[in-house]
Design a protein around this ligand. Structure first.
Ligand code: FKS
Ligand code: ZN
Length: 343
């Protein structure tokens, strides 16, 4: 399968509040380079660059004002005289009137974010846009008849909602690609999210829609980030009722019980009779991941890819999380190689 990659991801290298101080984020540039090196070493297939895409592909799933905010946030922040990464420190929460967007950049940062995990600096927008273009370019390969493609996105996207950033995410690459697939003729799409963290953003974007089935396997939100979504009783709303399927799993889950949830999710996907499958591929379910709590081994990712191939659908893999930098390349590529071997 082809891999789509953009070196522009390096323009984004944010900070994170860790252990009481501001440090480089776990979501660091080396992640993408490590995965790219493993793709090249594995002989998975050709690596190509992204095609620049229309801004309307982003506003097909995000609001116009949110995309405009992402485009201008850094210059507004810099205009206040600050040179360090822009981060929100106040949010509209229970009981507050959320509707009105503030004028000051410090208020706008909180208005458009779920947490302080999506810092914005000078190169952020260009990297974010390139990451979405990587996903769109890979989706175009599927639309053109490819059986599978790998979008080596960075920064990741699945925590980004209709008009919310957070958890290292800005534009929702998987959702933008899924919508693009529909706009290019697919009638139904399924999104399978195997990142350790619940894909709250993808859920938010498609929650009221029956054309996109969203299925996510993740750490139980009672114990794990993002804490405020990902429960099994979140099943969709209105016409989208029955088209959202969450599989929260306990702390310490290993392959045996993970595989059961994966099989259930794949049955749901088969019943959806989708024309294509988008996989939000996070490999932070790995046992040694520094911020997650499942216990998958590198071999388990081969098995995961094999099972996903069993759905028999044109499949777009979109890179999400994974933080044990020495291993994320092997684990991501194992998933893809497992898929290729089984289809
Ligand atoms: C660590 C606390 C963890 C944020 C976790 C974000 C996870 C991001 C991700 C993505 F795929 F988006 F990258 N806080 N001290 O892995 O889901
Ligand atoms: Zn994750």
């Amino acid at each position: 399968m082809i891999t789509v990659f953009s070196p522009k991801h390096r323009l984004h290298h944010g900070v994170e509040l860790k252990d009481g101080s501001v440090k480089p984020s776990f979501e660091e540039p080396d992640r993408a380079e490590t995965v790219l090196a493993s793709v090249r070493a594995s002989g998975l297939g050709e690596v190509m660059g992204e095609q620049p895409q229309a801004r309307s592909c982003y506003t097909a799933v995000h609001s116009e004002r949110y995309v405009a905010f992402l485009e201008s946030a850094w210059s507004e922040w810099a205009a206040t005289g600050r040179t360090h990464d822009a981060l929100p420190l106040v949010w509209p929460v229970r009981g507050m009137p959320v509707q009105q967007e503030p004028r000051h950049i410090d208020g706008r940062l909180g208005f458009y974010a779920i947490d302080a995990g999506a810092p914005i600096a000078s190169g952020t927008w260009e990297a974010v846009r390139a990451s979405a273009d990587v996903a769109l370019t890979a989706m175009d390969a599927l639309v053109g008849g490819a059986a599978a493609a790998f979008a080596l996105c960075r920064p990741p996207g699945h925590h980004a909602g209709h008009e919310l950033a957070g958890g290292y995410c800005y534009l929702n690459n998987a959702a933008i690609a899924a919508q693009h697939g529909l706009d290019q003729g697919a009638r139904r799409v399924a999104v399978l999210d195997v990142d350790f963290h619940h894909g709250n953003g993808t859920q938010d974007i498609f929650y009221d829609r029956p054309d996109v089935l969203f299925a996510s396997i993740h750490g139980d939100p009672r114990d794990s980030y993002p804490y405020f979504s990902g429960h099994a009783d979140e099943t969709g709303i209105g016409p989208g009722h029955g088209f959202n399927a969450n599989y929260p799993l306990p702390w310490g889950t290993d392959w045996t019980s993970y595989a059961d949830a994966l099989d259930s999710a794949l049955v749901r996907i088969r019943n959806h009779r989708a024309d294509m499958l988008v996989v939000s591929l996070g490999v932070d379910t790995f046992a040694d991941d520094p911020i997650s709590h499942f216990r998958l081994t590198s071999e388990d990712f081969l098995r995961m890819g094999q099972r996903i191939a069993g759905a028999g659908l044109p499949t777009l893999f979109v890179m999400e999380g994974g933080y044990m930098v020495e291993e994320i390349g092997i684990n991501a590529v194992n998933t893809l190689m497992g898929f290729e071997a089984a289809r």
